[in-house]
Structure formats: structure tokens, C-alpha cells
Design a protein around this ligand. Structure first.
Ligand SMILES: Nc1nc2c(ncn2[C@@H]2O[C@H](COP(=O)(O)OP(=O)(O)O)[C@@H](O)[C@H]2O)c(=O)[nH]1
Ligand SMILES: [Mg+2]
Length: 309
């Protein structure tokens, strides 16, 4: 399957900074040393420094301890063992975004702070849904910035799907309402709703999101059918507070983790899985439409440790 191979290569390349940090660190700790209390403590610190989180890092170090304590070990064996344990830790959260065909349109609300990758992720999803032959509408709900609207329009063109807009500065909830009305009238299968993400004014943002929820529910009490929180992996441990902040306002169904390429903080995915257990639907490793793929825990874990996928 050439497509699968292409994706694995992009994943490997994308995770390179993170995997180099971990592989180099593990090489430094375990070359000509055995697995004992001292090296395990160094490993735990390395994992924490690579954004895997305090809890997960402790668990991972402990899992090695029970397996092979006080034996000689190679850096490769440590990477293999860690990858295996991380894959098992991630398996429960690896859940692709499932569209319920009974919901027409299937309404997806996309939230997250400014610059996290919402609009780009919506564009990529739009292209993928359109390629499945589904009728898609995009709602340009980041009404504050004209640039945000034109950015979504460009993605709409790329994906060959229409974009519902209103005049700049109009009310985001009114826009979401109008978009759902149009999606229903047009018999759309999927409506993807973009939102603004100015967390600087947290109260206002959360109020706006709640208002969007209310107006969507006026037309379809079951909407939105998926609320996705987009997180930029570069924020590292800050992702935790973003999850908490957005969960106060909306029921987050799943995460989309972007920009795993070019960051050394990809380990944050492990920390998030350990801490929240929220589904990770997909990960982004680049700006192109093909750079968003379902989250594969084994491929992710192995490539995070710099091992073949
Ligand atoms: N390298 C990389 N860049 C991304 C990814 N996802 C989004 N971006 C870029 O991040 C920037 C902000 O994305 P945008 O979708 O506008 O974020 P929004 O403010 O949440 O809508 C843009 O320049 C995107 O091209 C990704 O997975 N990898
Ligand atoms: Mg945007």
C-alpha cells in the first residue's frame, strides 16, 4: 500500500526532532551501563524532559524495572521496551473520528486556541470527507479576522467544498445557526464548524462557544455530534491547561494533535493520554491535506523512539 508507506515516512520524518531527543538521551544513559536505580532515574528525567508527563514517565520507567532490573541492557532494547509500553498506553485512546451516517448533517465543532491548527485541520478533514464522496459544508466561524475566513475559503477551494460565511465581525453563533440551516437545506452529510480561539479573553470565548452549542441544538438537539479540540504539540505541557479550559465550556469528544512535525515535544501525546484518556482521533505532521491521518498508536510509539514503524 503505497499510501500507507508514504504516511509512515511522513510520520517518521515529522517525529524526527522528538525521536532524536529520546534516542540520543537513551543512548547517553544506557551505553555500557546496566538497568539499575540510577539509570532508571535518569531515564525518568529524560522522559519528563521530552514532555511525556510526570505520571507516564514514572510508569514507563517502572515498567522497565519490573522486566529487567539490574541486568545489562542496550539502548536499543530500552527503546524497544519503551515503545511497546507506550503503544499499549496509547491504544485505548486511538479512536478514529467516526461519522454517524444517521446524522445528516453530521455536525463537527472544532475548538482550540488561536494558531493551534483548527482551520487547517478542518481543511484537511474536508478534503478527506469530500474524497469519500460526502457532501460537506464548512462554516467560517472565526468571524473576527477576515484572514481566517479567506484561509478557510482557500481550503474550501482545495477540497472542492462550499464555505458558509457572513460579514466580518458578525456573531459566531448566528453564523453557526445559518450554516446548519444551509447544510440541512442542501442535504449535506457533514458540517465542519470553525471557531475563534482567543483564549486571552477566556470568559468571552467560552461564552461564545456555549452560545454556538445552544443555537445548533435549536435545530438539532443532538448536535454537535463531535466536538474536537485541536492542540498544537509545540505547546508541550501547556496542552493540559488548554484541555481543562475548553472542557469547562464544551464537552470535548476527542483531540486532534497538530504540528508533530518540527517539534521535540511529541511526547505530550503520551502525557495527555495518561492524564485525560480522551480519544486522539488524528495527528497532523505537516501543512498539506495528506498530513492528517488517523492516530496509529504502534506506529506513533515506535517512531517516537526512532524505531522503524
Ligand atoms: N507544520 C505544521 N503546520 C501546521 C499543522 N497544522 C497547522 N499548521 C500551521 O499552523 C498555522 C496555524 O494554523 P491554523 O489552522 O490557522 O490555526 P487556527 O488559528 O487554530 O485556525 C498555519 O500556518 C498552519 O499551516 C501541522 O500539522 N504541521
Ligand atoms: Mg483559524
Amino acid at each position: 500500500m503505497p499510501e500507507k508507506t508514504g504516511w509512515l515516512q511522513r510520520l517518521r520524518k515529522g517525529l524526527k526532532k522528538s525521536s532524536a531527543k529520546l534516542a540520543d538521551g537513551i543512548g547517553g544513559i544506557f551505553t555500557n551501563r546496566s538497568l539499575d536505580a540510577a539509570t532508571l532515574e535518569e531515564l525518568e528525567d529524560l522522559l519528563i524532559g521530552a514532555d511525556l508527563g510526570v505520571e507516564a514517565s514514572a510508569k514507563l520507567a517502572a515498567s522497565l524495572k519490573s522486566a529487567r532490573f539490574e541486568k545489562d541492557v542496550t539502548p536499543e532494547a530500552v527503546r524497544e521496551a519503551l515503545a511497546e509500553t507506550i503503544a499499549r498506553l496509547l491504544e485505548p485512546v486511538a479512536k478514529p473520528l467516526r461519522r454517524d451516517g444517521e446524522k445528516k448533517p453530521f455536525v463537527v465543532l472544532v475548538v482550540g486556541v488561536n494558531g493551534s491548527g483548527k482551520t487547517t485541520t478542518i481543511g484537511k478533514l474536508a478534503k478527506q470527507f469530500a474524497e469519500e464522496g460526502l457532501r460537506v459544508l464548512l462554516a467560517a466561524g472565526d468571524t473576527f479576522r477576515a484572514a481566517a475566513v479567506s484561509q478557510l475559503e482557500r481550503w474550501g477551494e482545495r477540497a472542492g467544498v462550499p464555505v458558509y460565511t457572513q460579514a466580518a465581525g458578525s456573531d459566531a453563533a448566528a453564523l453557526a445557526y445559518g450554516a446548519l440551516e444551509q447544510a440541512r437545506a442542501d442535504g449535506c452529510d457533514v458540517l465542519l464548524v470553525d471557531t475563534a480561539g482567543r483564549l486571552q479573553n477566556k470568559a468571552a470565548l467560552m461564552e461564545e462557544l456555549q452560545k454556538i452549542l445552544r443555537v445548533l441544538k435549536k435545530q438539532d438537539p443532538t448536535a454537535p455530534h463531535a466536538t474536537l479540540l485541536v492542540l498544537d504539540a509545540n505547546v508541550g505541557q501547556n496542552a493540559h491547561s488548554q484541555v481543562e479550559a475548553f472542557r469547562e465550556a464544551v464537552a470535548v469528544d476527542g483531540l486532534m494533535v497538530t504540528k508533530l512535525d518540527g517539534t521535540a515535544k511529541a511526547g505530550v501525546v503520551v502525557a495527555l493520554a495518561e492524564r485525560f484518556g480522551l480519544p486522539v482521533h488524528a495527528v497532523g505532521v505537516g501543512e498539506g491535506p495528506e498530513d492528517l491521518q488517523a492516530f496509529d498508536p504502534r506506529a506513533f510509539a515506535r517512531n517516537l523512539l526512532g524505531l522503524d514503524g
